[in-house]
Design a protein around this ligand. Structure first.
Ligand code: SF4
Length: 371
């Protein structure tokens, strides 16, 4: 398949691994964070870590949109879903995310009208087909998915839809990265940057990482050769004494992003003063709410949403996994009390979660062997 098969060529992968081995300094360990959960899954699906020298370590970052939704927001969603006559719509990966007592799937089993959709436009179509019922779309995602929510709301406004609202949980990637870079818990030497987010926001947004924190970042695609090439580019920056933003994913990511997507986001959203992230706490200006012009479509304004704040379960170490402080298998409940069938934390149920990647690809505990 064009644009897929050529990025999964095993021989080219071996050649890139050999170049990384030749360029890496065995005496100077390099700890790299892949920000995006999509990268984490590719890394474990294709066992890319096994191709790297012992001096290059990959740790996993906070870029999984489902993983960072706190329990309180799930509880709020469940409370909304139980409203009489209301149709609650969300992406499928939200259905099994644990709230404090239940999941949305449990609420559905008990009679709430919870429906899985593939896009916000599907939710709008449900509203169109059910004019006598309120329809809420539970929006999640980083800048990658926010434009589709924004375009849907623009269309809802143009059509004068009175029975469609959005519970907005869109988050932005820069504030948690700044929080990580300022955290004393973690020493990172560079980043594999979020290719999908950058299709919208461009690479320019990440120039603060080398400028303010002296760390390099390479914006990366998601196929195995993309990721290996990005790691090689980071190793080469270290070798050459450079520290900059580089773009490996040039076939998709322009430096200034997608201006039309940014324009509709600016029209529909505004930054929330604070937002609670699972395991990371409250981070200022890290999430999007609906702008004044779209307030009538805000489910949190139209309905009585409890707005609960719930502490993560004591056994849950999702926060440390999302900050790259521990590997999933180091969590004390990984694979025992917490499995994809009975998850305690979000990182185990999300298709982009690091714990799900380790569990699904059999990386239960893997100390690294020297290559
Ligand atoms: S194993 Fe479960 S509780 Fe532990 S970090 Fe992963 S998802 Fe969270």
């Amino acid at each position: 398949m064009r644009y897929v098969d050529e990025f999964r060529d095993a021989q080219l992968g071996q050649a890139l691994a050999a170049e990384i081995l030749a360029a890496a300094d065995p005496g100077r360990p390099l700890k790299l964070m892949e920000i995006c959960g999509g990268h984490t899954h590719s890394i474990y699906k294709y066992s890319l870590g096994d191709l790297l020298p012992a001096s290059v370590e990959l740790v996993h970052g906070p870029g999984c949109p489902v993983c960072v939704i706190p329990m309180g927001r799930v509880d709020d969603g469940i409370a909304l879903a139980r409203t009489d006559g209301l149709i609650f719509t969300c992406f499928g990966d939200m259905l099994r995310v644990p709230g404090s007592e239940q999941t949305l799937l449990d609420a559905k089993a008990q009679g709430a009208d919870v429906r899985m959709v593939y896009s916000p436009l599907d939710a709008l179509a449900i509203a169109r087909n059910n004019p006598d019922r309120e329809v809420v779309f539970f929006a999640i995602g980083f800048e990658t998915t926010a434009p589709s929510t924004a375009l849907t709301l623009r269309r809802a406004k143009a059509e004068g839809m009175a029975n469609f609202t959005c519970m907005c949980n869109h988050v932005t990637i820069v504030p948690p990265l700044r929080a990580l870079l300022e955290s004393p818990d973690l020493r990172l030497d560079g980043f594999v940057g979020p290719g999908h987010v950058c299709t919208i926001v461009g690479t320019r947004l990440f120039e603060f990482i080398p400028a303010d924190y002296g760390r390099p970042i390479v914006i990366s695609g998601f196929e195995p050769l993309d990721i290996l090439q990005s790691i090689l580019m980071l190793v080469r920056q270290r070798q050459d004494g450079r520290c900059e933003v580089e773009n490996q994913y040039t076939r998709v990511v322009p430096r200034d992003g997608n201006p039309r997507a940014l324009e509709v986001m600016a029209e529909v959203f505004e930054l929330r003063p604070h937002f609670e992230w699972r395991g990371l706490g409250s981070i200022p200006h890290s999430a999007l709410g609906l702008s004044e012009a779209y307030r009538e479509f805000d489910a949190e304004q139209r309905f009585d949403v409890p707005g609960v704040s719930v502490a993560d379960p004591k056994a849950c170490q999702c926060g440390e996994v999302l900050k790259g402080v521990i590997k999933p298998w180091e969590c004390r409940v990984f694979g025992t009390a917490c499995t994809p069938e009975h998850a305690i934390g979000t990182c185990m149920v999300s298709p982009e979660g690091a714990c799900a990647a380790y569990y699904n690809y059999g990386r239960l505990a893997a100390p690294k062997q020297a290559v």
